[in-house]
Design a protein around this ligand. Structure first.
Ligand code: SAM
Length: 253
């Protein structure tokens, strides 16, 4: 179902803060990508050598670069012009990545069945018409192709969720609220700015039913956990890790 605010409203914030977000990224993205998302995405992708891959909502392009370095032919699409400019300027020419400006809800400039694999990392909760976007990914995949996407876990990251703390600032527990609300709300992340980012919340069953209606089979669902190696590197994540922040789907057309 379409939300009251559109992706065109939401994209203004991504465009405005593109440079700031990009400046917090290293070669493997930000800390959450390093700890939780990249290991999961790469395990689910398997070998990408010689595959045609679409990075849908590529942002500043770190994942496109990682996938291209692993031997794939990569196209990155983002609805923010500034993100596309950053992705282009940060990506060495020899990786031969094609970056295009476009809304994942409607990518008519890309042909039917032109990708073996589509990855969309933390994008579907940032756009308004996720049903159109998931159908669009199905159109772009070859028969038997794979669609992997990550989102904020809709059961735990909701409008009104957050830590409940003691008077001394100790984290007591993570509160979830308004789970059944479907629509737009403001978030303080990925960076806390005066103008908040617009997120689009939907329930888990809305996602799953849309996936199935679009013609996908669910092969795997992952709620990423930090590895022992990552906990050793970033010990605070052990203490804070009490429920899953992210949900990753691997789908087959
Ligand atoms: C959380 S960032 C993730 C970027 C990148 N995938 C990564 O992991 O760093 C969300 C990205 O989705 C893009 N985006 C939001 N709505 C979009 C839409 N309708 N179509 C394409 N990209 C969109 C934003 O511009 C932003 O770059």
């Amino acid at each position: 179902m379409k939300s009251e605010l559109s992706s065109t409203d939401a994209i203004k914030r991504w465009d405005k803060y593109a440079e700031l977000i990009s400046s917090s990224y290293g070669e493997t993205g930000d800390i959450h990508r390093e700890i939780f998302l990249n290991p999961t995405l790469f395990r689910l992708m398997g070998s990408v050598e010689n595959k045609k891959v679409l990075d849908a909502g590529c942002g500043e392009g770190y994942l496109s670069r990682m996938i291209a370095k692993a031997g794939a032919s990569v196209t990155g699409v983002d609805y923010s012009q500034n993100m596309i400019q950053l992705a282009t300027s940060k990506s060495p020419e020899d990786l031969k990545i094609t970056f295009r400006h476009g809304n994942c809800e409607e990518l008519s400039f890309l042909q039917n069945k032109s990708f073996d694999l589509i990855v969309s990392n933390m994008v579907l909760h940032d756009l308004s018409d996720y049903e159109m976007a998931i159908h669009e990914m199905n159109r772009l995949l070859v028969d038997g192709g794979t669609f992997i996407f990550s989102i904020l876990h809709p059961c735990f990251v909701t409008p009104g969720s957050g830590w409940v703390k003691s008077d001394t600032g100790e984290k007591l527990y993570w509160k979830v609220d308004n789970y059944f609300f479907e629509g737009t709300y403001n978030q303080n992340f990925p960076i806390d700015q005066e103008e908040k980012f617009l997120f689009f919340h939907r329930t888990l069953s809305s996602y799953v039913n849309t996936i199935v209606r679009a013609g996908f089979h669910i092969e795997e669902m992952i709620e990423p956990k930090p590895s022992a190696e990552m906990i050793e590197k970033y010990p605070s994540f052990e203490e804070d890790f009490r429920c899953s922040d992210f949900l990753v789907f691997k789908l087959r057309k």
